[in-house]
Write a protein that binds this ligand. Structure first.
Ligand code: RRO
Length: 308
């Protein structure tokens, strides 16, 4: 079974990679991703300056996923810039995620990475966990202005990490903005922001930041991720690559995203829970499921969700 694919013209040997977020902040973590079956190395979203992130406890596992409000803990973009030669030496495409607090922050970081050896630049428009900061992806005017600025800074493919949308009018509005600019890929979805899990025994939230409000992850979000990939595939056509994320922990989950139209998928919560060995397991399960159906390559099923 051939799982090779492409995102924004960058060839990938397989369909599965890590999502920006868990276990991809330090060089050691990124090296473990490189040595796993993840087909690319994706870095934790970075900011201009290093950040400790929000106060703990800020991540809790749940029976069907997790809730977290990490608050962008990262080493600062310069540290990731400096790591790129060593990451590239591990012979996999490198995807950098950037998440500035303003358009100017994003311009500065995208410009710096445009001059680096990085393969893809994923600009995070959807971090839900910074107190007092709205998600860019829920402000369509800001999304438009930010895209105008960051897509004019060089030739390396730029993509955006989108928030989950829940209304058809929002899918069409965002797709129409994306079509105005040379956006080469989108990654959907980020966690579902500002959800609340309550412990009825302690009568408290289960994470500390933001009064307990945090991003919901894992199994809970898979139907939303599938809908977002499907909606954007129908609205954007085949020119823009789509990376699916949200609740993938088995080969069958990954196959469902393929039917919805994903060119590749990313794994976050399962990586956090199982570690980088999850990629080999899920790859094996996906190949077995496709083989049982008589499929030999991703294009046999990509975007081919059947009508009922
Ligand atoms: O670090 C975080 O709190 C975080 C980020 Br930047 C993001 O994009 N999505 C998320 O769920 N958490």
């Amino acid at each position: 079974i051939d799982l090779s694919t492409q995102v924004a013209g960058v060839k990938l040997q397989s369909y599965l990679m890590n999502a920006s977020g868990p276990q991809c902040t330090t060089f050691d973590e990124l090296e473990r991703i490189a040595h796993s079956n993840s087909t690319a190395i994706v870095t934790k979203s970075c900011t201009l300056l290093p950040r400790e992130g929000n106060p703990e406890p800020r991540y809790q596992n749940l029976p069907l996923g997790a809730i977290q409000s990490m608050g962008l803990p990262n080493l600062g973009y310069q540290a990731y810039l400096e790591m790129i030669p060593a990451l590239k030496a591990m012979n996999k495409p490198v995807v950098v995620s950037i998440s500035g607090f303003s358009i100017n922050d994003n311009i500065k970081m995208v410009s710096a990475f445009q001059k680096s050896a990085v393969d893809l630049i994923e600009v995070n428009f959807s971090c839900p966990n910074i107190p007092g900061k709205a998600q860019v992806a829920y402000d369509f005017e800001q999304t438009d202005q930010a895209l105008a600025a960051i897509t004019a800074l060089g030739d390396k493919p730029i993509g955006i990490k989108l928030a989950p949308y829940f209304d058809m009018s929002h899918f069409t509005a965002v797709a129409n903005i994306i079509k105005k600019y040379p956006v080469k890929f989108i990654t959907c979805i980020n966690s579902i922001g500002n959800t609340l899990v309550i412990d009825p025994y302690t009568e408290q939230p289960i994470i500390k930041p933001k009064g307990g409000f945090g991003g919901l992850c894992g199994d809970y979000v898979k139907p939303i991720g599938l809908a977002n990939v499907r909606a954007f595939r129908e609205l954007l056509g085949d020119e823009i690559s789509i990376i699916g994320v949200g609740g993938i922990k088995s080969g069958i989950d990954a196959f469902e995203y393929l039917l919805a139209g994903a060119d590749a998928v990313q794994i976050a919560t399962c990586l956090e829970k199982e570690g980088p060995k999850c990629f080999a397991r899920i790859e094996h399960e996906l190949k077995a499921f496709m083989a049982a159906k008589g499929y030999t390559q991703l294009s046999d099923a990509k975007g081919k969700l059947k009508p009922m």
